[in-house]
Design a protein around this ligand. Structure first.
Ligand code: PDD
Length: 286
């Protein structure tokens, strides 16, 4: 089963994985997903990812098609394909294949379940010296951004615009508030305090976000969950963006303006050390 993917009950080579064009995931983006890192074959915060998957399914009126134990078996088998390496496990559940294209949801569909593992590149080693550039953009997404839906066209366009303007990520502004990145959560440091927007419909409840808050609590770093206005973002001492695949990224240029003199800040260094230690512990001890 080396390098195989999981599709509807079978482990098969990626090149042989096929879904029918009448799948509602293909026609309507009627599906949800998760991205779970595996460090040295060990899945990062699996219960939390499976909990978020359940919340996403519930929000789109679908049942979880598998028990937690089955998910663990399948995802664990994918992660075990390359035990010594870091992998990113992608899983997707679509509403399934319908007889006709119709927005209304037909009864009795069998969900399509897909999962695969890909190499997870280590973060760019230049980041601790340079950080990354980000730009602010108007949040053009829909209102239910807490659902991890595959309907990602706005995120794709926002990320593309950031790339075209020489930035790695877009920070999204809705009604004057900075909510999150196009594929990441947002933190700022203001006067020694770590601040991230509270969970709600306008942002994804990130697994990395929650871990950063847990690590802050353990290390007695002051933090709070509060709205961040666009003006407060502009004046922040540090800005970070977090995600499963890109860890904690220090933003050192926002809209071409340097943050913290264009260097990652001291609190980022401390949090990144805590995060790397957490990862290493998972990798070595499970
Ligand atoms: N995206 N916000 C958005 C809009 C995201 O797409 C992501 C992650 C996050 C961070 O969540 P987490 O810490 O659980 O990865 C926040 C994944 C990695 C993706 O779409 O590939």
């Amino acid at each position: 089963m080396n390098d195989s993917v999981y599709l509807n009950g079978e482990f098969i080579p990626l090149a042989e994985a096929r879904i029918p064009v009448m799948d509602r995931g293909f026609l309507f983006g009627d599906s949800v997903y998760e991205v779970i890192p595996a460090y040295g074959g060990r899945l990062f915060r699996l219960p939390q990812h499976l909990h978020r998957l359940e919340q996403s399914l519930h929000a789109i009126h679908m049942q979880n098609p598998m028990s937690r134990q089955n998910w663990e078996t399948i995802l664990g088998a994918l992660a075990a394909q390359h035990p010594g390496t870091d992998q990113s496990i992608y899983l997707q559940v679509t509403r399934g294949v319908a007889g006709a294209r119709d927005h209304a949801i037909p009864a009795g569909l069998e969900p399509t379940i897909f999962a695969m593992s890909s190499p997870l590149p280590a973060p760019d080693p230049g980041i601790p010296a340079r950080g990354i550039a980000a730009i602010t953009l108007d949040d053009i997404r829909w209102r239910l951004c807490n659902i991890k839906a595959t309907t990602l066209l706005p995120n794709v366009l926002l990320r593309q615009e950031a790339g075209e303007r020489g930035a790695l990520e877009a920070i999204l502004i809705r009604d004057g508030l900075a909510v999150e990145g196009a594929a990441s959560n947002l933190f700022i440091v203001d006067d020694g305090q770590l601040i991230t927007p509270p969970k709600g419909e306008h942002l994804l409840p990130g697994i990395t976000r929650d871990l950063v808050l847990e690590l802050a609590a353990e290390a007695e770093i002051p933090y709070c969950e509060a709205n961040i206005t666009a003006e407060r973002l502009d004046e922040a001492d540090e800005i970070w963006l977090t995600s499963s695949t890109r860890e904690i990224m220090p933003v050192t240029h926002l809209d071409d303006r340097p943050i913290n003199n264009g260097r990652p800040g001291p609190l980022w260094r401390r949090m990144n050390e805590l995060f790397q230690a957490y990862k290493e512990e998972l990798r070595t001890k499970g």
